[in-house]
Structures are given as structure tokens and as C-alpha cells.
Design a binder for this molecule. Structure first.
Ligand SMILES: *Cc1c(COP(=O)(O)O)cnc(C)c1O
Length: 393
């Protein structure tokens, strides 16, 4: 069925949201594949965002682990993460559709910054909805968005965080759909967003595939990525789905890891339900109330997950593991010291999965971790937490 991945996905939205979703689906089919659009997007990705990103071998860690550990360097992109692949793609598509304005939600502010940058570059205006709680916690990203010309709207409803910002942005889109595109930040939400965002992020997996073939003459044995809403992971995994010999492993955030603690792991610890226009795996109580999610890494802090991951989890094609805050912080520190790279705390979860479970990967094989973003944004959190870890060691 259209817009479904197995039983997951769909369009669970008010009637008034159907016209802009249908308009977007048509643009995805008619405009996106056209050579003109693709050439314009390629140029932006290459000359504005900094693609192609390198595939970096980690010599010291590889020696220790007994297999070759490679990093796909999305941290080197403009604005510091993979998010710019998606915002440039959607902003350009919106422009081709004749839209003048973008709305977007943001949690930690990373998607807000990437959207504001894309809007500025393409001469569009934009409004970013952000939970009031997050506006207070992430003031430097709020300043970045404003410098890039965005209007930032603090959302006071509900828990005043990401979930509420998405609801508010969807509401705004109903009223503004003539002139406005909703630039959704991850491979989740109502159809066609999970597919559209995957299309724009699949450049990660395509480049990884062809570089690995060039360097080693074969496909990697395993590919690992962290899962928040799931956009960097699906972008990395999708071009490998048919290659059954390539192990695909996603990593969810377990929070503090204490039994019954708040976490951001709906695939491992949630159940099916409807949120933000999609049927997917969710953190919810027995009455279907959404539970607050929690992780040391703000970018993984979402109570749901993209429906394609829920499907790939069900079929078993992708294995989804759990990494807790302390393990992620240790991996952060390890990568700084051994390879001279500061990873984002989100990406540190993916790295931690490999460092904590080396027995899962073949000796002398090739394992790729998607380094989804850089860690400079996380300096304050890391300072606060690493002292505790050091005291405990
Ligand atoms: C936002 C973010 C994530 C999580 O989002 P996905 O849609 O799951 O990729 C992961 N890593 C970084 C660096 C991010 O900024």
C-alpha cells in the first residue's frame, strides 16, 4: 500500500493536511528525478555543503579491534551534520514547487540551523518552531538561526519540547500551505516524508558503497548508524538493503541505562501506535499517552522512530542495539584521543556499539560507522558528564 513499510507508515493526518501532502508527493515523483533538479542539488551538495565526504580509516582503533574501522565523515559537512543533505534537498524542491517560505520543527536546534541555512542560500524566508524548554536549553542554536534570518517561535504547549514543536509546525502548515513548504527534519512523519527524506539522505550510503568498492574492491562487512528519527541511518542503510552479505546495525539511545529509566529506544522498548501522522514504534504508556524520552544526546531524543525502521526491525534485515549515556561518552572520549576527531554525542552512540561489541564483527573485516555529526555543539554536556565517569572509573 502507498506510503506503507509493512504495516508501518501511512498518513494519519487531519483532512486539511491531505492537499499539501499530495502536492508534495507529486513534486517528489515529477520534479525530484528530473536531470535539471538533480544537477542543481548535486552542485549545492558539492560546492555549498562540502560533499563528497571522506571515508576515514581509524588505524589505532582498527589495530585494537582486529578489524578495519572506517568512519563516513558527515561531521565535515556545512552546519556540522548530515541534516544539510535533507534541508538543501527539500528547500530546493520547495522552490521548484513555487513556495516562498519554509516552516520546520527543531529539538536541539540542529535541524533549525540547517533549515535556516538552506533557506538563506536559496532566497526563501523561514519560521522555526521550537519547544520553549528547548529555546532556553539551546540558546546558541537559537542565535545561529536568527543570524541566518529565521524567525524562531517558542512553543508553550504540552511538554514544551520537540513533540509539541512538530504538532505546532503541522498546524501552521495547514494555514500556510499555498506559499509554504514544511521541511520535516527526519525520515518520519506522514507519507511522503519518510521516503522523501530517505531519498535525500541516501547519498550517504551511495558514496560509502562506491568508495568502499574503490578502496577495498568489496562491500563492507557491516555498517552501523545511530537512530533518532532515523534519517542518517536510513540514508546509510538503504543502498545496502539488497546486499544480504552486508550486516546493518542501528543503535538506539538507552538513556542512563538504569532499569525503567527514560530512554529514546522505541524499537527495543516501545510498542506500535500513531504519532505525528504515522503508525510506528513509540514510547507510550498502556493508555497510549506518549512517554517523555531522554538521552544525553539531544538529537536522539524523540519518542518515535521513522516507520521504515519499524519495518526493518520487524523483518530482521536490520539489527537495532542499545547504547547508554556512559558508553556513548566513553566512545566520544576514545575517538578524540585515538583519532583526533570530536564526534557528536549522537554519532558516539553508533561508535560505542562497535567498541562495546567487537565480537559481533568479523576479524580482518571492514566495518563502517556513520559519523553523522561533529561534537563541538556538545562540549558543555561532555564537560559535565565526563567528570562523573572519570570519578567512577
Ligand atoms: C539530528 C541528529 C541525529 C539524529 O537524527 P536522525 O534523523 O536519526 O539521523 C543524529 N546525529 C546527529 C549529528 C544529528 O544532528
Amino acid at each position: 500500500m502507498k506510503g506503507y513499510f509493512g504495516k508501518f507508515g501511512g498518513q494519519f493526518v487531519p483532512e486539511l493536511l491531505m492537499p499539501p501532502l499530495e502536492e508534495l508527493e507529486t513534486a517528489m515523483k515529477d520534479i525530484l528525478p528530473s536531470p535539471g533538479f538533480q544537477a542543481e542539488l548535486d552542485d549545492l551538495l558539492q560546492n555549498y555543503a562540502g560533499r563528497e565526504t571522506p571515508l576515514t580509516l581509524c588505524p589505532t582503533l582498527s589495530e585494537k579491534l582486529g578489524f578495519s574501522l572506517w568512519l563516513k565523515r558527515e561531521d565535515l559537512l556545512h552546519t556540522g551534520a548530515h541534516k544539510i543533505n535533507n534541508t538543501l534537498g527539500q528547500a530546493l524542491l520547495a522552490k521548484h514547487m513555487g513556495k516562498k517560505h519554509l516552516v520546520a520543527e527543531t529539538g536541539a536546534g540542529q535541524h533549525g540551523v540547517a533549515t535556516a541555512a538552506a533557506a538563506a542560500r536559496l532566497g526563501m524566508s523561514c519560521t522555526i518552531f521550537m519547544g520553549a524548554e528547548d529555546v532556553e536549553r539551546q540558546s546558541s542554536n537559537v542565535r545561529r538561526m536568527k543570524l541566518l534570518g529565521a524567525r524562531v517561535e517558542a512553543v508553550e504547549s504540552g511538554s514544551r519540547t520537540l513533540k509539541d514543536a512538530i504538532n505546532e509546525a503541522l498546524r501552521n502548515w495547514i494555514a500556510t500551505q499555498e506559499t509554504t513548504h514544511y521541511c520535516f527534519g527526519t525520515a518520519a512523519g506522514p507519507h511522503p516524508f519518510p521516503t522523501l527524506v530517505r531519498e535525500f539522505q541516501s547519498v550517504i550510503g551511495r558514496e560509502t558503497r562506491s568508495r568502499m568498492l574503490e578502496i577495498t574492491g568489496k562491500l563492507p562487512d557491516a555498517v552501523v548508524a545511530c537512530v533518532g528519527g532515523g534519517s542518517n541511518a536510513i540514508g546509510m542503510f538503504h543502498p545496502f538493503l539488497e546486499d544480504k552479505e552486508v550486516r546493518l546495525e542501528g543503535v538506539e539511545a538507552a538513556g542512563t541505562g538504569a532499569p525503567g529509566c527514560q530512554n529514546s529506544a522505541p524499537l527495543n522498548l516501545g510498542s506500535p501506535g500513531v504519532l505525528h501522522g504515522q503508525l510506528t514504534m513509540l514510547l507510550q504508556d498502556t493508555d497510549g499517552q506518549i512517554l517523555p524520552s531522554s538521552s544525553v544526546s539531544a538529537g536522539l531524543d524523540y519518542p518515535g522512530v521513522g516507520p521504515e525502521h519499524a519495518f526493518l526491525h520487524d523483518t530482521g534485515r536490520v539489527f537495532y542495539g542499545l547504547v547508554n549515556d556512559a558508553e556513548a561518552l566513553n566512545a566520544f572520549k576514545t575517538l578524540c584521543r585515538t583519532e583526533g576527531i570530536l564526534p557528536a554525542l549522537e554519532s558516539s552512540h553508533a561508535l560505542a556499539w562497535v567498541l562495546e561489541h567487537p565480537e559481533r564483527f568479523p576479524k580482518h573485516g571492514n566495518v563502517v560507522v556513520n559519523l553523522s555529526g561533529r561534537g563541538d555543539k556538545d562540549m558543555d554536556i561532555v564537560r559535565d558528564h565526563l567528570q562523573d565517569i572519570e570519578a567512577a572509573c
